[in-house]
Design a protein around this ligand. Structure first.
Ligand SMILES: Cc1cc2nc3c(=O)[nH]c(=O)nc-3n(C[C@H](O)[C@H](O)[C@H](O)COP(=O)(O)O)c2cc1C
Length: 381
């Protein structure tokens, strides 16, 4: 049976919901506009035509991280990861789409809708009706299943990487891009660092600054709220404790739950526990064969620029997965201005760092993180 456009949209969302996001907060919401008249009212300056469906890609105000202003960048990047996967899934289905990025201040009709739905619009996505002939095309089906497989298998690996040697060709292939530029933009620069002494220097900075994750009560409280301590309890977001610290028994889980709690962490600052955790993270960085840096020229990039950068990073992360490589972002270095500037200076980055990650050979096993149901991601205006 030929799938309907709604089936296809649902399937694209099903694939996209496996996108990575900061704290696994999944801060995205798709708003389906009922008709072209509504779209025209919301975007009077755009020349929209009547064909297909109009969807708003938005940042869900109730799901965004708020403890630090810099987390806003991570929210946009995360939405970009989702958007990238969704659009590429539509493309593999043979569905043409068009993206209007929303840079300018929004008009009153859109503002009212955003207030009502508690979201911020990042883009208007128009998807055209599918040509039935395209849907049966096996090349597209292969592409679709390959994308689905990569999206499901990709995971964040926070432990040591596999000892396997990485071949140079694969590393070079990582930063080549084939996703449409209307999706990824061209603002994000990628740098992959191999040099051992540069990696060592970055690891020293992580050892020095990563304790900042814990020193502000409000910031750590927000992060702590995303840790899922009981692996048997069903969750829809956040990360399981064992994804952070590896497999463990119930006793250790119970101990860590208490030790990591925000009030205890404040006290443990006095006996340098956060400092020790930071040094452990620094040691992991030192052992990484590669580091990945994403940066933009603009010190204050606009939201859509960061969403596009997120889509570009999604492409790269899936390519890494296809080459049996893994990433582990270390965002604490970007969340605090002094840490970020020190890293930019050390790496000679001429611009603003927006993504920093360990990169290496994927270990045999990974750790699964929960996701929200696909049906919860789509609402109608
Ligand atoms: C913008 C961004 C920033 C992230 N920063 C961190 C980080 O600082 N530390 C970390 O362990 N994981 C980080 N992650 C990975 C997420 O925690 C991870 O994607 C999420 O928990 C879902 O897990 P999965 O990637 O294994 O599916 C980041 C992901 C994104 C998209």
């Amino acid at each position: 049976m030929t799938p309907t456009p709604t089936d296809i949209l649902r399937d694209a969302i099903e694939i996209a919901r496996w996108a990575p996001s900061s704290h696994n907060a999944q801060p995205w919401k798709i708003v389906r506009l009922p008709d072209i008249e509504t779209a025209g009212l919301l975007f009077p300056h755009l020349n929209l035509d009547g064909d297909g469906e109009h969807l708003l890609l938005t940042l869900d105000s109730n799901r965004r991280l708020r403890a630090l202003p810099s987390l806003e960048h991570e929210m946009y990047l995360s939405c970009g990861m989702f958007t990238g996967l969704m659009c590429m899934a539509l493309q593999a289905w043979g569905i043409p789409w068009r993206m209007h990025w929303i840079y300018e201040k929004t008009g009153p009709a859109l503002r009212d809708l955003e207030m009502k739905l508690q979201c911020r619009t990042l883009a208007l996505l128009t998807i055209a009706a599918a040509d039935a002939a395209d849907l049966g095309n096996p090349t597209d089906k292969d592409r679709l299943e390959r994308l689905r497989d990569l999206a499901y298998k990709r995971k964040t690996h926070r432990g040591p990487f596999a000892a396997r040697q990485l071949d140079e060709g694969s590393v070079t292939a990582l930063s080549t891009s084939s996703w449409p530029q209307t999706l990824t933009g061209d603002a994000l620069h990628i740098h992959i660092e191999h040099n051992h002494s540069a990696i060592r220097g970055a690891s020293d900075l992580v050892s020095r600054f990563a304790k900042l994750d814990f020193n502000k009560y409000r910031v750590w409280k927000e992060t702590y709220g995303y840790i899922r301590f009981d692996p048997r309890k069903k969750a829809e977001d956040g990360f399981y404790l064992q994804c952070l610290f590896g497999p463990m028994n119930g006793l250790r889980r119970w101990y860590l739950r208490g030790m990591l709690s925000p009030a205890v962490m404040q006290a443990l600052w006095l006996v340098s526990v956060p400092q020790r955790i930071a040094r452990q993270l620094g040691a992991l960085v030192a052992e990484s064969p590669l580091l990945l840096f994403g940066y933009v020229d603009d010190e204050h990039p606009a939201a859509p620029t960061l969403v596009q950068a997120g889509a570009r990073l999604m492409e790269l992360w899936l390519k890494a997965q296809s080459l049996n490589m893994a990433l582990h972002p270390i965002s604490v270095m970007l969340q605090h201005e002094d840490a970020r500037r020190a890293l930019e200076h050390h790496m000679g980055v001429n611009g603003r760092l927006v993504f920093f990650s360990r990169l290496g050979a994927a270990p045999e096993t990974g750790c699964d993180s929960p996701r929200r149901a696909a049906a919860d991601l789509l609402v109608t205006a």
